[in-house]
Design a binder for this molecule. Structure first.
Ligand code: ISL
Ligand code: CA
Length: 545
């Protein structure tokens, strides 16, 4: 495998609105991020994935872009993002920009022009279709945020297509002018010295609307190869696509270097495993460790020789890792460390979502009025109107609503957790008095320092980066165990995913071995006996050869 600089890198995702507010308007901003770069350097990360900061009416918190080459006034200015790129570089940190090009905002000048007249040269930047004979939408396709994917435009008597909110019209990627505009815009950012792109719902850009083919359309991979050629290909940057529809085989198409597409993609099979097959995220089903291990093992082995995995438990759209996979109560610290170890010892590039490094948890607000997320609000309205009881919808939102990840970052135990001097745009999680960065930095045994240690291990240990993956104890209902192997080097990683202590009988080839304990959330282990006892959520890593 050809080595790449991002193979041993760790990415930290910032959701700017919720990270740090420097000017007291209740909204996190670029100046706030710059002020926290020393904190991130201390953690040891190599890249920041910055969720969108572009000019936007904020219908979907910036995933609705009105100008790709300007910054939203509430976040700062172009001069400030240049300062962020430069200040980060001083600390060996690169910035990944969020590339949202499946759609724009309805306030983007392209869309304003497109809407102004069917004869506009920009009309064909978007997807317009005539109504059916009775005036109804062209077909029954649905938006991911609820309702029809078609919105009627009075002036022209046509519908435009939008897979997300009606204020996020989809771009027409069949139009070469759209492709060129995007490539130019990407180059403009690359020229500023960014470290690459995270590509929002990139699996949708090859869509064939008339055939109702949305993901993995026939033009998807050719479009990415063209993008590679015309923009980032020669720049040696990291590109990661968000691809809910990827199978391992498709992920290899994106990330096999010989195909010249992307560095890696995010796949979500381990995430959707806890969603109801019919009703989706709003009707969660219990976590099943054996199934989860099967999914992880499949991705680890299928991308072993070509392609590369992205490793993550959570992001700005998903519940907090410790709430979903661990114990946000009594064993919060133990389980957060265990989850970190389980993730960072896999093969791939790990992504940490802001607050994960201090074990932030999901939130439960009583009233729907305390929620801000457009997806949760749309579905709450749609489903309660259809008769689903309030309490049932709230259970779905508590488990999987996107605001779980978006409550303000908890910096200290002072007013507003040190996030803002004003009124935060979204309420805080009340546990900030115990769970905050200041407390973590004061405790050498904190979750923060556990992450710091894992990140530095990745820089020291070749087997952690390049070793192959071997699943152990496949059917065990509580323990996630695996081995990494490179030449003579071995890493054994044992994780108790439960609050119950476990007595383990290890395979005979592992009993009696001696090695070096690298990390543990209770203690280090340097030798294995025939029986291994694991405390609640205990995990440890041992190196041997
Ligand atoms: O989690 C989801 C699946 O139900 C959706 O909330 C989400 O829209 C989907 O993951 C795609 O996400 C990306 O594109 C959206 C944006 O709202 C998300 O924040 C972004 O990550 C539209 O740009
Ligand atoms: Ca602010």
């Amino acid at each position: 495998m050809n080595k790449q600089w991002w193979h041993d890198a760790v990415v930290y995702q910032i959701y700017p609105r919720s990270f740090c507010d420097a000017n007291g308007d209740g909204i996190g901003d670029l100046a706030g991020i710059i002020g926290k770069l020393d904190y991130l350097q201390k953690l040891g990360i190599d890249l920041i994935w910055l969720s969108p900061v572009y000019k936007s009416p904020m219908d979907d918190n910036g995933y609705d872009i009105a100008d790709y080459q300007d910054i939203a006034a509430e976040f700062g200015t172009l001069a400030e993002i240049e300062r962020l790129i430069a200040e980060a570089a001083k600390r060996d940190i690169r910035i990944l920009m969020d590339l949202v090009v499946n759609h724009t905002s309805d306030e983007h000048p392209w869309f304003l022009a497109a809407k102004s007249s069917p004869n506009s040269p920009y009309r064909d930047y978007y997807i317009w279709r005539k109504p059916q004979a009775d005036g109804s939408p062209p077909d029954d396709q649905r938006s991911f945020f609820g309702g029809s994917a078609w919105e009627f435009d009075e002036a022209s008597g046509e519908y435009f297509f939008h897979l997300f909110s009606k204020r996020q019209p989809d771009l027409n990627w069949e139009n070469p002018a759209v492709q060129q505009e995007v490539h130019q815009m990407m180059n403009w950012w690359l020229d500023k010295g960014i470290g690459g792109f995270r590509m929002d719902v990139i699996d949708l850009i090859g869509k064939q609307v008339d055939d109702k083919i949305l993901t993995n359309g026939p033009r998807l991979h050719p479009l990415l190869q063209e993008m590679h050629r015309a923009s980032f290909g020669p720049r040696n940057v990291l590109t990661v696509g968000e691809t809910w529809s990827a199978t391992p085989q498709i992920a290899r198409m994106y990330s096999d270097p010989a195909r010249e597409e992307l560095s890696m993609v995010f796949q979500f099979e381990h995430v959707t495993q806890t969603w109801d097959p019919e009703h989706g995220k709003w009707k969660p089903r219990p976590f099943d460790l054996v199934e989860f291990k099967r999914i992880i093992a499949k991705w680890q082995t299928e991308l072993a020789d070509s392609g590369w995995n992205s490793l993550f438990w959570n992001n700005h759209d998903l519940p907090r890792a410790v709430s979903k996979y661990g114990d946000p109560g009594r064993f919060r610290v133990e389980s957060a460390k265990m989850l970190a170890t389980a993730l960072h010892c896999l093969k791939g590039t790990p992504y940490i979502y802001q607050g994960e490094e201090i074990g932030m948890t999901n939130v439960r607000f009583d009233s729907i009025d305390d929620y801000q997320d457009i997806e949760s609000l749309n579905f709450y309205r749609e489903r309660t109107d259809a008769g689903v009881p309030h309490v049932d919808m709230m259970e779905g939102i508590y488990a999987n609503g996107r605001d779980n990840a978006r409550t303000p970052m908890q910096w200290d135990d002072s007013f507003n957790a040190g996030f803002s001097d004003g009124t935060p745009w979204l309420k805080l999680n009340p546990n900030y008095r115990q769970v905050n960065a200041e407390a973590a930095l004061a405790d050498p045994d904190s979750i923060f320092f556990h992450y710091q240690r894992l990140i530095s291990l990745r820089k020291e240990s070749e087997v952690m980066v390049y070793g192959d993956y071997q699943q152990l104890l496949e059917e065990h209902p509580q323990v996630f165990a695996y081995q990494r192997r490179l030449g003579e080097q071995r890493l054994l990683v044992l994780n108790n995913f439960s609050a119950q202590p476990v007595e383990l009988d290890l395979p005979t080839e592992l009993t009696g071995i001696e090695g070096q304990g690298l990390i543990g959330n209770y203690s280090l282990r340097h030798r294995l006996d025939e029986r291994v006892s694991l405390a609640p959520y205990e995990s440890f890593v041992m190196a041997f050869s």
